[in-house]
Design a binder for this molecule. Sequence first.
Ligand code: DGJ
Length: 371
Amino acid sequence: MRRLTLLLLAPLLLPACGPKGEGTFAPGEIWPDNNGVHINAHGGGILIADDTYYWFGEHKTEGTAGNSAQVGVHCYSSKDLYQWKDEGIALAVVTDDTTHSITKGCILERPKVIYNRKNNQYVMWFHLEPKGAGYSGAMSGIAVADRPAGPYVFLKAIRPNAGAWPLNVQDIHRTTTPVDGSQTFSGGNLPTHPDSLNLLGRDMPGGQMARDMNLFVDDDGTAYHIYASEENSTLHISQLDEDYTGCSGRYARFFVNRFMEAPVMFKHEGNYYLIMSGCTGWAPNAGRSAVASSIWGPWEELENPFRGEEAELSFRSQSTYVLPLPGAPGRFMYMGDRWTPNDAIDGRYIWLPLRMEGKQPVIEWNNRTNG
Ligand code: DGJ
């Protein structure tokens, strides 16, 4: 880790870009990999392993078809966070079985990878929608590998926490009476749900809906799955099992009726932080943030972490990861996506330093990110 820290901090301290742009990155511009091709890892996250950063994200293709998974999860590696080597497809969609959970044309979003020390295994979770059913599946896919860059082997697709009530279940929800089937949910910008609308109970037997998601590993090695649930209205935080390949059944619901997407968790000075977005499809909206001294809450909602021009649109980005910079306590890299749904492959990356102002995470625009 020490070597990585030095490699990382050197470019962070550079005042501007080198002759070919090494050591800096221009948010929102084309970001070429080692082959000169725009990096294709959207909705991504970072794994640090073997003194190397690994960036996993959705491989998008041209046009609107590229909004569904035609290829799989792409992986890149880097020693300095600026120059990225193409490591190829870490998890490929299945092309010879149209009934497979990750058959070509499914929706496979926001892949994240964490390392499980117990099994010496890399574990990937992602938001999975079976092919042809829009966003109604709301499932989580899980895959594993014995090398950071893969190849990853698909394990299963689940709805999290089947048969379990959350730690903070309310008595009025402790019933599995189905919600009136005539009600439909768009998943975004819904009117506030009344407490009596029991989406939690509806989904308890078969598992909770899980769309936008992230993973977080705490200092003690306990891992968590954070996902937009209950028709996107409510965020769930769910403890994984010891293998990180399933749910422990211990989970809780937060931000009821706040319609949060794109959740990202990080820790600073003993407190847990969340950065999130509102829920407006591919269109950007104002960021959200929250803090808690325990992962199980209470969570206190803070301000929009973005500051300055276009802050109300999160600089036209949506959060996907926050990377604590190794060896630099209190310094973080915000990673966001600028989606281009009409030509999915052209999506851009908004990476900017995130700093703490007391308990408030703050992200400011910079034409060049170099620390
Ligand atoms: C916003 C989510 O954050 C994206 O990952 C994707 O699911 C789009 N919605 C689809 O509209």
